[in-house]
Design a protein. Structure first.
Length: 68
């Protein structure tokens, strides 16, 4: 992934982003840098862990109830 076009919030437009030199020995570095202003963008999956207390009731959203 040498270059990629993404939306830069600093430049306020679609700009080319490139992978900067990485010293961490990643095969696919998640960091990208805008070629115009140098703003960094991290492109990585977001993992969300949810914890429900054992005594809390489990509620289902109305949209999920209808789909089931």
């Amino acid at each position: 992934m040498p270059e990629r076009e993404l939306r830069c919030v600093i430049c306020d437009g679609d700009m080319m982003f490139e992978v900067p030199p990485c010293d961490d020995d990643h095969d696919d570095c998640p960091e990208l840098v805008c070629t115009r202003c140098g703003a960094a963008e991290v492109v990585a999956p977001i993992v969300v862990h949810m914890w429900f207390p054992p005594h809390a009731p489990r509620r289902i959203a109305p949209q999920q109830r209808r789909a089931a």
